[in-house]
Design a protein around this ligand. Structure first.
Ligand code: ATP
Ligand code: MG
Length: 505
């Protein structure tokens, strides 16, 4: 690979149009990126942000229009060609090979070689670079020889970033890099952004977290329906103005009012002494009908693993688990769904959706018997899908596309529709609003409130403290695999939650 030129790179996108079959998703976008600046790219789910950046980084070919690098027209026949110009994209959906090691992933397609004719792989050099970039992103505890499948989601995200760093980007596009990170990890990433900027690197930061956009970007670029609708200095916009530009209308309050849960409401989920070896120790809690019950904690506190254990996805033990008044320790998500409990996985691509399957198959997978009388009725499944697409506002070109072709946020909405489809009494939602835009977020909050008000028990695992504070009747805080505290709505505030999560209480 030709080494990217030193110094800054000026990028100009000219009249970019993109069609997927009959569906046009970009309608002639003109946009310039100056060297050494940090841009925020905003827009609703499906607005075309990822597609535009995939074109810039050589993963997609534009249907019309072109790209100039330092005033020279370029055509990218793949990501390698874009990387040769110093343009590197960190994907929204992970792009790592699970069975390879961290170091192998970092150098995939860019292996360092040694010896005459470069016959041998230079493992020593690769491991050294891997070590350095892993340290840079705060993964000093991760061994470059670890297989990616053994890493948790946040670590995978950081490996993606480390991989991009090893490519010596001059233009670094980060597509929702913080969706899976804790505030501490995010802070570290932002320090890195500041350092790269000082070195003249252009950063494009795609995020639905407007506080972060405010914190690190200088220019905000807003897209709506495949078009550019605004480009302004970040300092001239408030967060609510950014949100309004994205959705094209005024947004009211984010969180719906909290209803009260009667003291005698039946307990729908009771967990006693649940342990998941290596992750969680003796966790007990109860959730009542009508209640939204939150789980806060740092990454690695064991929240996701606790619920994966509860669902039979990991080895676990418990003295007693009751769902809807019946004793049950499910061996699989399917068995749990039969008992009345469904689970939205934080790992949308791995455990949540089958990206190669259609929307319909994804929606109805856990409740096939509802559409089989006695054999499968495609018409009934299709109606259910059409209804879900309407109800959840899933944006798709047609009902027949594969789940993987939906934008990130729309995949999240499909995953939510899927866990609601079996009609559960108890829902466990792990990071329910990850990657969704602010308008959709508000709708998901309203949905969670409605599900609870209808008499369900809803567990919300979230890294967004404001979300837990705005939504939950009670919040349990986990630290190092143990339940540290359970706080009632009146006691909920950020400082209190952080204090329990970090053990500084
Ligand atoms: N390979 C594909 N085939 C068909 N349609 C696609 C494909 N990739 C993207 N699209 C469609 O293009 C539109 C824009 O998607 P894109 O992923 O760029 O949105 P986004 O702005 O990144 O949204 P999000 O915030 O949800 O990530 C969506 O309607 C999506 O379904
Ligand atoms: Mg996207």
């Amino acid at each position: 690979m030709a080494a990217p030129q030193p110094g800054g790179v000026r990028i100009e996108l000219r009249g970019i149009v993109k069609r997927f079959g009959p569906v046009q998703v970009l309608h002639g976008v003109d946009l310039a990126f100056e060297p050494g600046r940090v841009y925020g790219l905003l827009g609703e789910n499906g607005a075309g942000k990822s597609t535009l950046m995939k074109i810039l980084a050589g993963y997609e070919v534009p249907s019309e229009g072109g790209i100039d690098v330092n005033g020279r027209a370029v055509v990218f026949d793949g990501p390698r060609a874009a990387e040769a110009e110093g343009i590197v994209l960190i994907h929204q959906e992970f792009n790592l090979a699970e069975d390879l090691t961290v170091a192998q992933n970092i150098f995939l397609g860019h292996e360092k070689r040694r010896g005459p004719l470069g016959l041998w792989l230079d493992d020593v050099a690769m491991r050294a670079v891997a070590r350095r970039v892993l340290d840079d992103v705060g993964l000093s505890k991760v061994d470059p020889d670890t297989r990616v499948r053994e890493l948790i989601v946040a670590e995978r995200q950081l490996v993606e970033i480390a991989k991009a760093l090893s490519r010596q980007a001059r233009v670094l596009v980060m597509d929702e890099p913080t969706a899976t990170l804790t505030p501490g990890e995010t802070g570290r990433l932002f320090e890195l952004v500041a350092r790269l900027k000082a070195e003249g690197v252009t950063i494009v930061f795609i995020s639905h977290k407007l506080d972060e956009v405010e914190r690190i970007t200088e220019q905000v670029v807003v897209m709506r329906d495949g078009r550019l609708v605004a480009q302004q200095p970040t300092a001239t916009l408030t967060r609510s103005q950014m949100a309004n530009l994205m959705v094209g209308r005024e947004l009211a309050d984010l969180y719906p009012p909290r209803s009260t849960v009667p003291a005698d409401a039946p307990v729908l989920l009771s967990v006693q002494d649940l342990s998941v070896p290596g992750w969680a120790q003796g966790v007990s809690f109860e959730v009542r009908a009508g209640e939204v019950f939150g789980f806060a904690g740092l990454v690695g506190a064991g929240r996701t693993e606790l619920f994966e254990g509860l669902l039979g996805l990991r080895e676990r033990s418990a003295t007693a688990v009751e769902v809807n008044g019946r004793a049950v320790l499910p061996r699989s998500p399917r068995e749990a769904a039969d008992a009345g409990l469904t689970y939205l996985s934080e790992d949308r691509k791995g455990r949540g959706l089958h990206v190669h399957f259609g929307l319909r198959e994804n929606l109805t997978l856990m409740a096939l018997d509802r559409h089989a009388q006695p054999w499968l009725k495609p018409a009934s499944e299709r109606d259910a899908l059409a209804q879900a697409v309407r109800e959840f506002g899933i944006r798709c070109g047609s009902l027949d596309v594969a789940a993987g072709s939906l934008s990130g946020g729309n995949q999240q909405k499909l995953a939510l529709a899927k866990v609601l489809h079996p009609g559960p009494r108890v829902l466990v939602l792990d990071e329910p609003t990850r990657g969704v835009d602010i308008g959709a977020k508000r709708e998901i909050y309203a949905l969670i409130r409605r599900l609870a008000d209808e008499g369900r028990a809803v567990v919300v695992v979230s890294s967004e403290l404001m979300e837990l504070i705005g939504l939950c009747h009670r919040v349990a805080v986990m630290r190092a695999g143990r339940l540290q505290a359970t706080l009632a709505a009146a006691q909920l505030n950020e400082q209190e939650l952080i204090a329990h999560a970090t053990g500084s209480h």
